[in-house]
Design a protein around this ligand. Structure first.
Ligand code: RIB
Ligand code: CA
Length: 315
């Protein structure tokens, strides 16, 4: 069976890191490259974290530094969630793989144009890199099979009342992506705030008994602190939903809607607005993921972590 070529693009970030644990563990996916983007932390920190995570997991695909800042908005970081480093918690290995010296969008375009099969892009941070790819290399659009992203929310926001962090960080980039005509799967807060990993899950995760499991448990023990202070029952592990919506759609509930991005509005800029009733008369452009079987989510993490049995790197 041909593997599915994929691009990982994120702002690690604890939940980006766990999304990449799932992606690397799935034998059906062929990770062709990894790119960082400014978001949870500055581009320097998310790039360093990207490289350390790839080393930890043995992701030896080309890695590249992405956009330094959003297209128009001033960058905002999320140190309260992810710490000063962007990946606070357990010790991590130093990068073992080189950083490519070409612009992220050029590497993306090269990977996509050289691929035999349509490529799936898994953005789990602001959509700056993906938008820049579509603007600078429109010729590759036809070879992007799907963009399965974490971002938005058709019922509420988090960073702002109506806007979720990834979309809010770069609404113009999100607008470009949602208007691209490329099939989009949107894992917004509607589903990702149900993708909760709770303290009761941590011993079972650590009990997998390998280095990756120990570090994932350590990430969660850091990452759940802040959400617990603001009323969550555990850590909303948002980003893996973007990968699992493609690899394990059976654990989700999804519905197709026309979704657009609000660029104006004092209180609504960055909102992902779904046309539930079809009143705009536009064809659906987005598969909106609305619910998840949380128990199966945890089971899939345990299964993914066992893929790292016998794998260990020096820290
Ligand atoms: O709003 C949640 C999103 O913002 C996640 O992708 C998290 O990593 C942060 O980037
Ligand atoms: Ca992220």
């Amino acid at each position: 069976m041909n593997k599915i070529p994929v691009i990982l693009d994120g702002d690690p970030g604890h939940d980006d890191a766990i999304a990449w644990v799932f992606a690397k563990a799935d034998p059906r996916l062929d990770i062709r490259m990894v790119s960082s983007v400014a978001g949870n932390q500055t581009i320097e920190k998310t790039t360093y974290n990207m490289r350390r995570i790839c080393t930890l997991l043995g992701i030896d695909a080309p890695q590249v530094r992405g956009a330094v800042r959003p297209v128009t908005a001033d960058p905002v970081t999320a140190g309260n969630w992810h710490g000063e480093s962007g990946l606070d918690g357990p010790a991590m290995p130093e990068p073992a793989y080189p950083l490519e010296e070409i612009p992220a969008v050029d590497l993306m375009a090269k990977v996509i144009s050289e691929s035999e099969e349509p490529v799936i892009i898994f953005p789990t941070g602001p959509l700056t890199n993906v938008a820049e790819l579509l603007m600078i290399h429109p010729e590759v659009k036809e070879k992007i099979g799907r963009i399965s992203l974490m971002g938005g929310g058709v019922t509420h926001g988090n960073w702002k009342p109506a806007a979720e962090f990834n979309i809010m960080e770069d609404p113009e980039a999100a607008w470009t992506v949602f208007h691209s005509g490329i099939p989009i799967t949107m894992c917004g807060l509607d589903v990702t705030e149900k993708a909760i990993m709770q303290p009761d899950d941590f011993p079972r995760i650590r009990g997998v008994g390998n280095q990756a499991a120990e570090i994932v448990a350590g990430w969660l023990e850091f990452f759940y602190r802040y959400p617990m202070q603001i009323g969550y029952t555990g850590a909303p592990v948002h980003d893996p939903c973007a990968v699992l919506a493609v690899t394990h759609p059976e654990i989700f509930t999804m519905k197709d809607y026309y979704v657009d991005i609000e660029l104006g509005g004092e209180y609504t800029r960055g909102a992902t607005v779904a046309d539930f009733k079809g009143g705009l008369g536009k064809e659906p452009n987005t598969t909106v993921v609305l619910d998840i079987d949380r128990e199966k989510y945890i089971d899939l993490l345990i299964e993914a972590l066992h893929a790292y049995d016998g794998w260990e790197v020096a820290i």
